[in-house]
Design a protein around this ligand. Sequence first.
Ligand SMILES: *Cc1c(COP(=O)(O)O)cnc(C)c1O
Length: 380
Amino acid sequence: MKKIRLFTPGPCAVPEEVMLEMARPFEHHRTDWFKEFMKQAAEKLQTVMCTKNECIIITGSGTAAAEAAIVGCNPAGSKMLTIEGGKFGQRWGLIAEQYGIPVHRHEIEWGTAIDPQWIADYLKNAPDITSVMLTHSETSTATLCDVEAIAKIVKGAGKLFLVDGITSVGALPVKPDEWGIDVLITGAQKSLMLPPGLGFLSLSEEAWNVIEGNKDQHAFYLNLIKARKSAQGHDTPFTPAHVMIRGLVKALDMLVEEGMENVWKRVAAMAEATRKAGQAIGLEVFSKRPSDSVTAFCCPEGVKVKDIRNELQARYGIQSAGGQDHLKGKIFRIGHMGYVDDMDTMVAVAALEQVLYKLGHKFELGAGVTAAQKVFAERL
Ligand SMILES: *Cc1c(COP(=O)(O)O)cnc(C)c1O
């Protein structure tokens, strides 16, 4: 017997109810039957994304939604500032360059978060910047930045603010309307408990004004003007992944029923338990400002990341992630997103202990599980 236990930071575990919903017979997409799913999904997305702004559904992964935002929000004469402290932050600068959009790509050390004061100082001396884009929870380094403080600075300077919330929405507190995020981007396969294939955006009126004025933007499939026009009639410009949108309604129902505050608490507990467990068994957390949606541990001496991940997979069906680029072989990551709870996390911690024990890492067996259990028990 081999259970599949997804602890990768995307794709993440999907509830059986969502899988079953998507297995049901379906109709054509240009029907009232589908429009009802679109209507419900757009409304429920507002609750889960904590916004009154219009939400758009894109068929394509999170990157597609981000690309639509970048190309739509930067008409001729624009210049974007991107903050790059990992693989995803980097991607938004690369997309801008690909479209010929002027961009200042500010690199920071991987595993650190941007100091909001740096952005304030930079914007003071850069009147040509029209938009700022950053990644809230940088999944590649498991690092969280202070989007609330940064939003105040960016909006205070009168710039458009785009946030990659792909591993923060549905896991960590994100409040676009309260904080001042113009475009919030997320995707299906992280905290929204779906397989990969959909991207989502919430857009402020200020963002729409820029996008609607950007008539000759270099986007056809990812054109948000077209997407908005269709969405107003609960429709899509092209054939949507409509079976997934049906599953989305189910997944959003589950999140809404739990309540976003409770979702955030559940994720925070899993992250704290995992970090404490790691500490107890001699593992160092990689990030200087850890995100609660995924934990990155430095690989302990004398052990190889490849072996940890292979053993977790082969013995317990647990899939984890390694490091990317220069962090390859240096860190491994365990996610706290999707359909996971306290007890799933206890399983992951126990399995990690077993595997590290077998690989010769020295620690007191059971110390990690005890530390994690304490975090959960104290919150009962
Ligand atoms: C996964 C991820 C992306 C990329 O999303 P895709 O759905 O793979 O295109 C972007 N940003 C962050 C923070 C992510 O975790």
